[in-house]
Design a binder for this molecule. Structure first.
Ligand code: DND
Length: 244
């Protein structure tokens, strides 16, 4: 038989009562912690973003929600450390496209941190600056699983994994299971830092968007409209007057 709660407290005696109060206090303390965590977790999405598109934005939004990130900071690479394309759009233009893409989302922000730096934009250097700027924040670096699989080839990868949690957003076509097994085997100490995130399948890539623009195919609905207009206005990725 279920007793009314006041009777339960009476039956529990003094010690029972205080444990009920303690439980309530603990519950509200946990709530406060969750709220603090929400504010204190910073998501970071680094990339070349040439151009930014809905695949990037959806991955950032899903990560923000699942890991209760207070903000997601987009950080365009000044000089991407791993790309030898000679035709990468000027950093200022890639920056401008991100500004346009995130303008209607208060939870997203942009940093020019890597743009002022000379030489390749290594993630470890960026994280060191962010660590110093926000010493009390937990940092969450968001990548697609394709980028995540390469992480151990990045400069000072182990150091990176000491400074940040890693979220690998499952980008269509990139199965991460072999990579996760490899981590378990070869780098078990970093395993708890790596999180797998399934995102709705968006088979969109910057490479495909650039190819489409070049050949005059549509890119509408693959990226935010202000970004498409920017590409058209500045004739990025093509010398022709293509309608995209
Ligand atoms: P990408 O140029 O590959 O990014 O750069 C990703 C990050 O890795 C940057 O912050 C680089 O500085 C860092 N990195 C790479 C290599 C070496 C080092 C650092 C080093 O320090 O040694 P993209 O512009 O191509 O894309 C941005 C992110 O979005 C990537 O993580 C990519 O995987 C992801 N992405 C998608 N995720 C979900 N769905 C889609 C996606 N398309 C791209 N459709």
């Amino acid at each position: 038989m279920k007793l009314p709660s006041t009777s339960q407290e009476a039956l529990a005696g003094d010690s029972g009562l205080s444990s009920l109060k303690r439980a309530k206090r603990e519950a509200s303390f946990k709530e406060t912690l969750v709220k603090e965590n929400k504010v204190n977790r910073l998501g970071i999405m680094g990339g070349t973003f040439d151009p930014i598109h809905y695949g990037h934005l959806v991955a950032a939004e899903m990560a923000r929600s699942k890991f209760k990130l207070g903000k997601v900071l987009f950080i365009p690479s000044g000089t991407p450390p791993h790309k030898d394309r000679s035709d990468i759009s000027p950093a200022g233009m890639r920056f401008e496209m991100i500004v346009r893409a995130i303008q209607d989302n208060h939870d997203f922000d942009i940093s020019a941190l890597e743009l002022g730096r000379k030489g390749p934009s290594y993630t470890v250097d960026t994280l060191r600056v962010l660590r110093r700027t926000w010493p009390k924040h937990e940092l969450y670096f968001i990548t697609g699983t394709d980028a995540l699989r390469e992480i151990f080839s990045w400069r000072e990868a182990e150091e990176i994994l000491m400074m940040t949690e890693f979220i690998g957003a499952a980008r269509p076509g990139f199965d991460a299971s072999d990579f996760l097994l490899e981590v378990q085997r070869e780098h078990p100490e970093t395993q708890r830092r790596i999180h797998y995130l399934e995102v709705p399948a968006l088979a969109i890539s910057s490479t495909d968007i650039r190819a489409r623009v070049k050949s005059g195919q549509p890119i509408r609905y693959l990226l935010p409209e202000p970004v498409r207009l920017f590409i058209q206005q500045h004739r990025l990725y093509t010398a022709e007057d293509n309608i995209i």
